[in-house]
Design a protein around this ligand. Structure first.
Ligand code: TRP
Length: 443
């Protein structure tokens, strides 16, 4: 207990680690396919609105909670709110297990795709061939499960070593590299024959496609992509120094994450149309279109290997933040050591991941008409994260209130003009808005 709490090496390091948590499979894998499933441009606009209004304000809210309490989410809500509030922390820990269980499955696919790219197995740009390769692989039974296990072990290894040196340093180097490669891919994708239709699909809203489900999917995606609603940023914020400017840090993190998602959309969707694929094809979208783009570009094999390697790294820095929440909680609140907590949490997630992986073709495991993986994603992303975000906003707005404003402005020294607007958003706008989307989505 008495040991001094670790702190981020620098503000830049913190921003890179938080951006490393935010930028992951959510941006490059799920954002393009969810945009495709939900009608394109209209989804993009809803997503951007939700990010700007609810996303940014709840990112700030989580950081304020973390830095004020300097504790894991359960402990932080208990210390600051007492009574029933720790339940929000428990909800977050539970959500972390659910997300990690399917996240490792998809991350395992990226490992396979590094190998497929390197071996030349994806050199035929024909969409049907690439689709068959993908469905054949994910439905293959044992191999995808083993790779999910490999990814889980890699994540656990980083968490075992502590975040300071490893993750902070790796993120600072690899995130800019991923960004650069993304730009190259966007240019390649936009210059393909027939890319225009994809660009139009992505940027021009077709409001006739919008329903309650579109709202639910957009808000869920916003929370998922920003790593919000389950205490990850409470945990990262708990390692922040007293004088860090939370408002501007949050702004940068949100901008970076949104930029990467939009770039991923510009990379994947034009290619989908250029190759005559179905934009609503679901989780396989990136894994089918990107190899098609690589196969058709000079040096594509090398770009492909590098790209899937970086996607793997992006997924790793995100998964680490998910596992860290669970592990920090277990260390603080039970008698487990970091090693025991990490091994235990990783094992549980891996076991939970097995039905997700099998549900992709090897076995017919469905829940409410969705594959087990999609169901876990839907439950966590569309329901639990927005719920966690809503409760976080209410907590900061109504329980902390003026204390939160003092924390955000570093006792009235920075951002004093914007803080009252923020307080109003977390008190009124966010709870009503998120609540409304959640309820219409359920009905
Ligand atoms: N944001 C990450 C992504 O886009 C996933 C993630 C990491 C996450 N930590 C989280 C999602 C916490 C929700 C909550 O891939």
């Amino acid at each position: 207990m008495a040991a001094k709490r670790e702190m981020w090496g620098s503000r830049f390091g913190f921003i890179m680690a938080a951006a490393g948590s935010a930028v992951g499979l959510g941006n490059i894998w799920s954002f393009p396919f969810k945009t495709g499933e939900n009608g394109g441009g209209a989804f993009l606009i809803l997503y951007l609105i939700f990010i700007a209004v609810f996303g940014l304000s709840v990112v700030i809210a989580e950081m304020v909670i973390g830095r004020t309490a300097q504790k894991n989410p359960v402990g932080a809500f208990r210390a600051l709110g007492g009574k029933a509030w720790p339940l929000v922390g428990y909800l977050g820990v539970f959500t972390g297990f659910v997300i990690l269980s399917f996240y490792i499955v998809v991350a395992g696919w990226t490992i396979a795709y590094i190998g497929f790219m390197a071996s030349g197995a994806l050199s035929n740009p024909d969409a049907t061939v690439l689709t068959d390769t993908f469905t054949g692989f994910i439905g293959g039974g044992v191999t995808p499960i083993v790779l999910a296990g490999v990814f889980m072990v890699a994540t656990a290894a980083v968490v075992l070593g502590g975040i300071g040196g490893g993750i902070e340093r790796a993120s600072k180097l690899l995130m800019p590299l991923l960004f650069g490669l993304l730009l190259v891919m966007v240019v390649r994708s936009l210059t393909l024959d027939g890319a225009g239709a994809g660009l139009r699909f992505f940027l021009v809203p077709d409001w006739s496609k919008v329903s309650g489900d579109t709202f639910t999917a957009a808000i869920g995606q916003a929370f998922f992509s920003l790593s919000l609603g389950m205490g990850a940023l409470v945990t990262y914020g708990s390692y922040l120094g007293r004088d860090t400017n939370i408002g501007s840090s949050a702004g940068i993190i949100v901008l970076l994450d949104t930029l990467v998602a939009v770039l991923a959309g510009l990379m994947v969707l034009p290619a989908v149309f250029a190759y005559g694929l179905d934009a609503a094809a679901g989780p396989g979208l990136s894994f089918i279109t990107l190899p098609a783009v690589f196969a058709a570009m000079p040096g594509g094999m090398i770009f492909g290997v590098v790209f899937f390697t970086l996607l793997f790294v992006a997924a790793l820095t995100s998964a680490v933040s998910l596992l860290e929440v669970v592990v920090t909680y277990l260390i603080d609140e039970t008698r487990l050591t970091r090693t025991q907590a990490t091994v235990f949490a990783a094992l549980v997630c891996f076991v939970l991941g097995i039905p997700s992986s099998l549900s992709q073709g090897a076995m017919d495991i469905t829940v409410f008409g969705r594959s087990f993986l999609d169901a876990a994603d839907f439950l966590a992303t569309n329901l639990l994260l927005p719920l966690g975000g809503l409760l976080t906003a209410v907590f900061v707005g109504w329980v902390l209130g003026p204390r939160a404003v003092a924390a955000l402005t570093n006792n009235g020294t920075t951002g004093t003009a914007l803080a009252p607007i923020w307080l109003w958003v977390v008190r009124v706008v966010a709870p009503l808005g998120i609540g409304w989307v959640l309820i219409t989505g359920l009905l």
